[in-house]
Design a protein around this ligand. Structure first.
Ligand SMILES: [Zn+2]
Length: 197
């Protein structure tokens, strides 16, 4: 079609989640037709974000500030930590605006099959935060998968001896439901209807 620049652009776009070769071609074409209005601002935003955004050293959220905007928000409930698998789950809960405590991003779930152990996740930092003594409740908002349930069980066994209440969100989806794909009403219900873990 065009030069190697176009091929490379389409190839990189096609690797993004939700994109295939067809949608990558459409997006590339749209941008190439308006380089000043669409393409350069996007390129700038990508470069800025890549340089500035890092995982928060406390909770694992992605932000250009460390500690992140959530960890440093004094209006949030400092006594509650909601444990999620990924930043996408944190974003979903924030979009739903139903939770006003702090977070901890695990970075996945334990998985014997995939060989993911506690040392591969942000588990030690969670236990250290809770051991500091300012937290009274840990809400486990993990996916309703086999690994999610096993991880919740494993964490409960280690959190309870630290003297905190451990709860689990009730999920309105029967199987494999990552928080990211839940709508805001379901998320709100799941959080309100949490139960002891
Ligand atoms: Zn943070």
């Amino acid at each position: 079609m065009g030069g190697p620049e176009i091929e490379k652009l389409i190839g990189l776009l096609a690797r993004l989640p939700g994109m295939g070769p067809r949608s990558a071609r459409r997006a590339a074409l749209k941008m190439l037709q308006q380089p000043e209005a669409r393409m350069l601002p996007l390129a700038g935003a990508i470069a800025d974000a890549a340089r500035a955004v890092k995982p928060c050293s406390q909770c694992g959220n992605l932000d250009s500030r460390d500690p992140c905007v959530i960890c440093t928000d004094a209006h949030r409930d400092q006594a509650t930590i909601c444990v999620v698998e990924g930043v996408g789950d944190l974003w979903a809960l924030e979009r739903a605006a139903v939770y006003r405590g702090l977070y901890h991003v695990l970075g996945g779930t334990l998985s014997a099959l995939a060989g993911v152990g506690p040392e591969d996740l942000n588990v030690a930092s969670l236990l250290a935060r809770v051991a500091e003594g300012t937290v009274s409740e840990v809400i486990l908002a993990l996916g309703a998968t086999v690994d999610g349930a096993a991880t919740a069980h494993w964490l409960t066994d280690r959190l309870k001896p630290l003297g905190v209440v451990v709860t689990r969100v009730a999920q309105g989806v029967p199987i494999g439901g990552a928080l990211e794909i839940l709508d805001e009403g379901t998320l709100a219900t799941a959080l309100r209807a949490r139960r002891p873990s």
